[in-house]
Design a protein around this ligand. Structure first.
Ligand code: GLN
Length: 286
């Protein structure tokens, strides 16, 4: 469906009797992707993959690996094929109902951990897999973490991930703040909202084609979710509480502008490992 009919897929049917080593050597896939899929398909660890490289595949195993390779060649993201992605050292269930956790979002977790006081109350808006909320709750079991998402399917994934890591996260179905009880205030609000501009060509390329559009784009100028989050944050923050949001590579100045106009202080942006201003935030004086 994602491959034009005039570009034939590489021949990838794996024959029974092939060794694991030969499957890896002859694979048309990226070498790391091929190793991940073979480990997943055969239930092997990375060490077993090496020590069992002379093992010969049976018919059922060969068919299973052929199907996994076929899915990857049509462009399906590895995280969706194996149903999992690691974030901040935690393996998270990941399905097409939720955005695939990204390494750059770990910056937001680090900044939040630096600012959350003992027994701190924290709100994660648009939690998806639950990645941000669960990473924080895992490192700070004393914290009171609430995570919201408008998608019931996303909340179910987040619930499974929280249970998997024995994290107490209060999950609420809510369109940003709309479903939250009035008067609940937090030391910290964090969010990785949809911020890609409508019709950005990246939305129809690579892994993004397979991710939920509503988790990627606001279907507008890219700032509409960020605007709502900034506008209503003061009603949900304790005095001197922080709001920090992930945003696109070219949105830092705009988001700092929203924060300053909204009465936030200490407004600043932080760079990700690629050197891009990726998170902006400020402190609400109260
Ligand atoms: N960082 C993601 C990307 O550019 C977008 C995630 C988001 O919209 N929150 O692929």
């Amino acid at each position: 469906m994602h491959t034009p009919p005039d570009s034939p897929l590489p021949e990838l049917s794996i024959s029974p009797g092939t060794t694991i080593g030969a499957v890896l050597n002859q694979s048309p896939l990226d070498a790391v992707d091929a190793r991940i899929l073979v480990c997943h398909g055969l239930g092997l660890t990375r060490v077993q993959l090496i020590t069992q490289s002379d093992r010969v595949l049976g018919p059922e195993e060969a068919a299973r690996l052929s199907e996994l390779f076929r899915r990857r060649i049509t462009g399906e993201p590895i995280a969706y094929i194996i149903g999992e992605r690691e974030f901040f050292g935690l393996a998270l269930h990941t399905t097409p109902d939720v955005l695939i956790p990204r390494p750059e979002t770990e910056l937001l977790v680090e900044l939040a951990l630096e600012r959350l006081p003992p027994q701190g109350r924290m709100l994660d808006l648009g939690t998806g897999t639950g990645a941000i909320a669960i990473a924080i709750a895992h490192h700070r079991p004393d914290a009171e973490v609430t995570a919201v998402d408008v998608s019931a399917a996303a909340l179910e994934i987040a619930r499974r991930n929280a249970a998997r890591h024995a994290c107490a996260v209060n999950l609420v179905q809510s369109d940003w703040y709309a479903g939250l009880p009035a008067g609940g205030r937090h030391h910290l609000i964090v969010s990785n909202p949809p911020y890609i501009v409508a019709n950005d060509p990246h939305l129809s390329q690579g892994d993004l084609r397979f991710e939920p559009a509503d988790a990627l784009t606001d279907h507008a100028d890219g700032l509409s979710a960020l605007r709502i989050i900034v506008q209503h944050a003061p009603a949900y923050l304790l005095a001197a509480g922080w709001l920090m949001m992930e945003h696109g590579y070219d949105q830092a100045a705009s988001v700092r502008g929203l924060l300053a106009a909204g009465g936030f202080e200490s407004v600043q942006s932080w760079r990700d490992l690629a050197g891009i201003e990726r998170v902006s935030g400020g402190r609400y004086p109260g």
